[in-house]
Every structure is written in C-alpha cells, then in structure tokens.
Design a protein around this ligand. Sequence first.
Ligand SMILES: C[S@@+](CC[C@H](N)C(=O)[O-])C[C@H]1O[C@@H](n2cnc3c(N)ncnc32)[C@H](O)[C@@H]1O
Length: 431
Amino acid sequence: MKPDWWPGEDHATFTEWALSQGVVTNGVTPARFSGRGLGMITTRNITSGETLLRVPVNVMLTADHIPSSFIEKFPEDIGVQTLFAAFLTHGTTEYLAEYEPWRKCWPSRRDFEDGMPILWPAALGGPKWPGNGDDDDAQQDQAGGLPNSLPPCISGLWNSFQKTPTKEYETYHQNLLAQQVQRLRKAWTDVVSVFPDTDWNTFSYHWLIVNTRSFYWVGPDQDTPEDRNDAMALVPFADYFNHSDVACDVEFDDDGYLFRASKNYEPGEEVFMSYGSHPNDFLFAEYGFFLDENGSDTVYLDDIIFRDINRPQLRDELWENQYYGNYQVTLHGACYRTEVAACLKYMNEEDWRNHVLEGSSQGLDENKSEATIKDWIQNYAMEAEMAIATLQAAMETNTVVREHRSKAEMLLRRWQQIKDLCGHAAQAVSV
Ligand SMILES: C[S@@+](CC[C@H](N)C(=O)[O-])C[C@H]1O[C@@H](n2cnc3c(N)ncnc32)[C@H](O)[C@@H]1O
C-alpha cells in the first residue's frame, strides 16, 4: 500500500528519469505535504552530515544549456530569468522534450494564482495584466472601493494615512509588488519583441516557475553578474525542497549542487532548505507562502517615520548621516536606525549629530525615544487592525472577495501576524 504522502505517478516517473540522468538521492524522496504541495521526505534514519542529494550540472538548466541560436534572438542584456521563461515557452520540442518528466511535476498556473499576489484580482491588490484589464475594472467596481488589502511592504500603500514624498533611496524588502511587476513587465516586453505571438498566461507561468524554483548559479567560465537575479539555474529534483529556517546544508561547485543533512532525521520527516533569511512579506510576494514562525520576520516604519519627520532640514540630516530609511521592526523591537530617527524628533540638530557621530548623550532622553518608537509601531498596528476589519467585512459583503475567500484568509493571517509582531515589538521597546 502506498503511504499517504505518496506523490503520484508523474513524480515516480520523474524520479526514475532523474536517477537515470545522474541525480543521486540518499534516503530522501519527493512527498506530498499538506499546505506545501510537494516536498522532500526522509525514507530512513539519517545522520547529520550525510549527503542527501547530488544533482550534477549536466542535468541542470543553466544558460549554457540553452542553444546559442535561441539566445542570439534576444538583445545581449536580456535577463536570465526572461531567457529561461522564453525558452520554456518557445524552445523547440527537440530541446524541451528532454525536460518533460520534470515539467509534469511543476505546480500549475492555478497554484500560482492561489498564492501569489502578482496574479490576484484588483480587489485584493493585484496589478493589471494583459487580458485581465477589463475584468479588473469590473472587479474594482464590484469591490466598491475596497481599500488596499496587501501589507504595506508588498503594496507600498497605506489606508490609515497618506504617504509623503521622499528622496529616492534603496529599500530592502519594501514595495515588493511594484518591483516584481516591473521585472515581469520588462520580461514581457522583451519576449514579445522577439516572439510577438507569445501567450501571456503561458509566459507568465514560466516566469513564475523560474521565480519560485531557481537556484543561485554562476557557471565555471562566467564572471559573477552585477545583478544577482542573473546568477541562476534550475536544478531538477532539488526544486522539491520547501523552505524553512531549519534547513539542510547546501553547497555548489562547477560539478553541480550537493545537499547534506545538518541534523539527524527520523524516517518520514520533511527535509527543508533555506531560500534565504527572508521576512514573511517577501516570501508571500515572491513565493506565494509565508511561515507561521519566522525568525527573520520584519516590517518597516519608513513611511510612518517620514510622515512624522517631514521638515526638509531634518530629513537632510538623516540623509547626510546615512540614516535615511530602512527602519526595521522585529518581534524584538526596533533597529538602531529607528532609534536614531526617534531622537531627531526632539533633540536639537547639533546634539543629534554629536550623538550620532560621537556617541554624546547630551540632549538624549530615552523615555522620549521610547514613546516615539512605540507610537510609530502603534501606527503600524492600527493599519493592521483596519485592514483586518475591512477584510472581514468584505468577506461577508463583497462578491469578488467572497469568490476568492482562501486568498482573503491568507491575507487575514498575514495581517494578524503583523499586528502581533507590532504588539511584541512595542513591549520590547524599553529604556
Ligand atoms: C522550490 S518550490 C518547492 C516545491 C513545491 N512545494 C512544489 O510543490 O513543487 C517553491 C514553492 O514551494 C512552496 N513552499 C516552499 N516552502 C514552503 C513552506 N515552508 N510552506 C508552504 N509552501 C512552501 C511555495 O509555493 C514555493 O513557491
């Protein structure tokens, strides 16, 4: 009898194919996990340090494996993600047939539509795409002016206040959706310039496959590309690993990828790898899921702080002293950059500069700093409360939201996490 985690025939066929191509598995096999699709399960006791999986480079889909006749159709600066997605969409059967057993094991476009805000309806904060423009307008109307429901790190938007304009600066893990949309729009423009008949659904599906399943890779004769997104490869079989902080060890060299156990496992445990120390909003936007417990979770106070510190002179102080933006809040409180910004609210500028540059405590009042930071965090918590209340009401009354109930529930879970994070952080902020 098959175990209840048995992944199904397609995965069994793909596993056979992978082994015949030189993939070596050692005590792990693909399995179905509730809420995570496929993942990797142990089939026996495993000791920390044991090799679990080896994927040789010849099985991987790297830029070197794409025929030069295909690559030459595109301008030289084409992004690697676009190239892969274009190849999966338009590559000749001769080349693509090879990967057929693997492709049959990928999630469907419908799976992406369920979890990824980039494909969500406008009523839930999704962007406009070819083919959904009209529907989207209709949805927006039906939404009856539903306020933005995605978390601010994803949408870059707030319902409880108006954002003030800022200088352009590099943000980490903020405005995620706009950046992702920009990347996909550019990819779409590039692909239709070469293949005008490209089907949007097929191409965007492949682009998301690459987005959610690629590994860092720089070929033996390649220089490290300027854009990290261009250092990528698809690694069959290894792309079964789901993400967790408690992860196996991953190594790669010119020969391929190697995965080792970083702890002992009993049979039947899921083996995870780490996709990086990403906050939940990043996982949500880029991969369509987020963790219940995430040691790397964080939200950013930038828009709240810039609304509060809006005198150009004060903002210049932050800019000139390299404290402009990226004000982080975690379960454990606010980061040092936030503390520095908080002092600027009540210190005179000279005292503030001496404090920041030389560590002087002249004019510093830790009670005032604490109250300011708590107030900023409270503003974030209020945004979360508003979003939760609005979403709950929309789930009862709004037809589009009711049709997309599981997405709204996912959003509610994330907003509740944000509210809880703010609650913990506010408590942790103390003199
Ligand atoms: C590299 S694939 C992993 C295999 C994938 N679960 C599958 O069914 O093919 C990455 C995708 O797996 C899912 N995923 C990864 N880690 C997860 C986790 N901890 N919880 C839920 N879903 C996860 C997300 O949909 C993500 O986009």
